[in-house]
Write a new protein. Structure first.
Length: 187
């Protein structure tokens, strides 16, 4: 088993061989990982629904695009707020620290009390989940690249370009993978 803290706050980037439609070319921020499994949110699947439709008070306080994002296929009836935290941000009872740069936001809190403590917020419907050992098996099968996250990954205003951008900044072979055509048979 991989050290729990080594995966929390990192990105899973789908490899070109991961063709399953739910996760094809996704970028996932891992929010938790332990002996019982892992949880993350897909960062590059915005919906067409404004956040204000489900959480009216948050519409003016989320990062652009102000849409609800498809966080994954599990728990679609719930919303999760993920924040990028500025360096040296003061702690807040409304924001639970995930790693040094990311936190979970209490969406029942007053957004104006949360805003001073975060660099931006994104709201996700659903999440991605793995049972005990499942993520480790997928990593061993090379279904995912495991890379470091930066705050802009969560808050990007162009989520449709995130898969390529994250791979490109890795350099080397992964930068080359970022140029692969959507249809792998064309590579």
């Amino acid at each position: 088993m991989t050290d729990d803290t080594a995966l929390r706050g990192r990105l899973l980037v789908a490899t070109p061989r991961l063709r399953e439609p739910t996760f094809h070319r996704t970028v996932i921020l891992l929010l938790d990982h332990g002996p019982d499994g892992a949880i993350g949110v897909v960062l590059n699947r915005p919906s067409t629904v404004d956040v204000g439709v489900v959480l009216p008070d948050w519409q003016e306080h989320v990062s652009d695009p102000p849409r609800l994002f498809h966080g994954g296929p599990v728990g679609l009836d719930g919303a999760m707020g993920v924040a990028a935290l500025p360096r040296g941000a003061a702690s807040s009872p409304e924001v639970e620290l995930v790693t040094g740069r990311f936190g979970l936001v209490d969406l029942d809190a007053d957004p104006t009390s949360v805003a001073p403590h975060v660099g931006g917020v994104r709201v996700f419907a659903g999440h991605a989940g793995w049972g005990a050992g499942q993520l480790e098996d997928e990593l061993a099968e090379r279904a995912w690249y495991l890379v470091d996250a930066v705050p802009d990954d969560v808050l990007t205003s162009e989520p449709e370009h995130l898969w390529r951008r994250v791979l490109r900044r890795q350099g080397g072979d992964l930068a080359i993978v970022s140029t692969f055509a959507e249809d792998a048979s064309l590579n």
